[in-house]
Ligand binder design. Structure first.
Ligand code: ADP
Ligand code: MG
Length: 221
């Protein structure tokens, strides 16, 4: 379960602290999903980064499976993020110099895997599921935008995360590719019973989710 309780965030600026999240609370159980919508600047990315343990809240708590990631040491926090959370950015954030298969394996390089061949097999399986079985040896530059984003989805899932977060994953794609990525995220979420949160400006994509969180001025409307 993801339990978000009165999460606040202010950024220090030269003209004093800038409040960006003004107390956000909600919970999502295993297997549940929601779209996140709201105007630019309303705090969607800030919220997602905090949920993804990429940034700390100024106040409030986030619990994933009853664990509070921000109570951990930096090292344990990094391990928690790597194992429990998958994150898909608007820009794919793939490494240009390595292959599609190697990109998907990047999150697994930090910990010595007991069974390397099993992990590689799972990466191949994921790439098959996102429709890229015949692109394993391509570099990101040799892929279309939609294909790159599908690699990013496969990479986010390599550790079977409990929480899958996507921040405008279809923002740079045409409508056909955007719809494909949206359906892919939802299909994989249902198969793996992750908690899924997707920030989107697309009402068509949001409609596919049972629930939409509407952000306005750093709060849920
Ligand atoms: N590192 C930062 N320092 C100061 N202000 C920031 C920082 N990151 C974001 N902001 C501000 O926080 C607000 C919310 O940003 P963001 O979460 O990116 O909104 P959204 O994703 O909904 O467009 C914006 O007004 C933005 O300028
Ligand atoms: Mg944003």
């Amino acid at each position: 379960m993801l339990a978000v309780s009165d999460v606040r965030k202010e950024y220090p600026t030269r003209s004093g602290p800038l409040p960006v999240l003004g107390g956000v609370s909600f919970t999502l159980n295993r297997g549940e999903s929601a779209a996140v919508m709201g105007p630019s600047g309303s705090g969607k990315s800030t919220l997602l980064h905090i949920l993804g343990a990429l940034d700390r809240p100024s106040a409030g708590t986030v619990k994933l499976d009853d664990a509070d990631p921000f109570a951990l040491t930096e090292n344990d926090l990094a391990a928690f993020r790597n194992r429990k959370i998958g994150f898909v950015f608007q820009d794919h954030h793939l490494l240009p110099q390595v292959t599609v298969l190697e990109n998907v394996l990047i999150p697994t390089l930090v910990n010595k895997q007991a069974n390397r061949s099993e992990v590689v097999q799972y990466a191949r399986e994921l790439l098959d599921r996102v429709g890229l079985a015949n692109r394993l040896d391509h570099r990101p530059a040799e892929l279309s935008g939609g294909e790159r984003q599908r690699v990013a989805v496969a990479r986010a899932l390599i550790h079977k995360p409990h929480l899958l977060l996507a921040d405008e994953p279809t923002g740079n794609l045409d409508s056909a590719n955007a719809a494909a990525i949206g359906h892919l995220l939802l299909d994989l979420h249902r198969q793996q019973r992750t908690i899924l949160l997707v920030v989107t400006h697309s009402p068509e994509l949001a409609k596919l989710f049972p629930r939409t969180l509407h952000m306005a001025d750093g709060r849920l409307a």
